[in-house]
Design a protein around this ligand. Sequence first.
Ligand code: FMN
Length: 177
Amino acid sequence: MNLFDAIAKRHSVRTYLDKPVEPEKLQSIFSAVRLAPSARNGQEWRFIAVTDPELRERVAAAGGQPFLSQCPVIVAACAETDRRVMRCGEMAYPIDVAIAIDHLTLAAAAMGLGTCWVGSFDPQIVREALGIPENAPVVELIALGYSAEEDKPAADKARLKMSEIFWENSWNNPFLR
Ligand SMILES: Cc1cc2nc3c(=O)[nH]c(=O)nc-3n(C[C@H](O)[C@H](O)[C@H](O)COP(=O)(O)O)c2cc1C
């Protein structure tokens, strides 16, 4: 599958089959995540794949969204970071972790797996369940597994119009005329 196909195929999956993810698929996905770019090549991201059913329940409880209890793998995306602020004024680590997660979701889609980002969770519960140090931010949870949903055509995605987000040479000057 080429990159554009994987981008079009990826959508948030909130219903999963009761089917484990093959360890070699997880390996392939993580090898794609590892190649993500990061500010100063800092690679501050750290990922914990939660596959143990009891631990998964504890992590799922932190989010309270039913699909987290259903998916066979929850990935806790964390950072080991000095919270460096770039010259542009933005913190590097949340951007770096987000890019890596995007690699994860697209690689998963290319391998026939579904994912869903989860930002609505209590990090302290995840921290305690997985032994994450106090100073390591828990940025996102990602549900991962085989989808039990129909594929959604990319055209059905609710997105702003091209003209609303792509400009040329100045703010609000349409790129596509
Ligand atoms: C940073 C971030 C946090 C998100 N948090 C949640 C969440 O807590 N629960 C959830 O069901 N979906 C969550 N989502 C999924 C979004 O709702 C979803 O990506 C968006 O509606 C677009 O739909 P699509 O992913 O199917 O294209 C999150 C997505 C991102 C990028």
